[in-house]
Write a protein that binds this ligand. Structure first.
Ligand SMILES: N[C@@H](CCC(=O)N[C@@H](CS)C(=O)NCC(=O)O)C(=O)O
Length: 145
């Protein structure tokens, strides 16, 4: 089912002119571990370190709702969710700090065991290919599947 995002675009989270192309293309946990931190990056790291499944989300975002629904309703997985649009300027900082870590400007962003997995479409594709549940089980996450 196609979903559309109706919320206003927020350029404030995307003013990252100092990032190199290589940094903005970079993806994966290695970058998360080695990135020189700021407060938002520290919060991202502590969130993904202390929760086997973590989602950076926005409450109004239909793609985020689809991903959260897959995790909670279908797979009955416990996960930590930060709704960035409910966190004021800190949410903007977190979104900006996710970009060099994951290469993604959008939400949702899913992490399993500290590793960046992808957005909603990436995760739905992994599930359709039968790869998401093994990934969760490998991480020791109880799954109803
Ligand atoms: N293909 C992405 C699309 C996600 C997407 O477009 N999310 C919108 C929110 S609904 C977004 O993050 N827009 C930029 C922003 O909110 O800063 C996915 O499946 O996760």
């Amino acid at each position: 089912m196609a979903v559309a995002c109706s919320a206003a675009f927020r350029p404030s989270a995307l003013r990252l002119g100092s990032l190199s192309n290589a940094a903005s293309r970079s993806r994966g946990i290695a970058n998360v571990r080695t990135y020189a931190g700021n407060g938002a990056t520290d919060l991202i790291k502590s969130t993904i370190d202390s929760n086997k499944v973590a989602v950076f989300s926005k409450a109004y975002c239909p793609f985020c709702s689809e991903l959260k629904s897959l995790l909670s309703s279908e797979l009955k997985v416990d996960f930590k969710c930060l709704d960035l649009d409910t966190m004021g300027s800190e949410g903007d900082s977190i979104q900006a700090s996710l970009l060099p870590l994951t290469g993604s400007r959008t939400v949702p962003q899913l992490f399993i065991s500290g590793k960046y997995i992808g957005g909603n479409s990436d995760t739905q594709a992994l599930h359709a290919q039968g790869k998401l549940v093994p990934m969760l089980k490998e991480a020791g996450v109880p799954v109803n599947a």
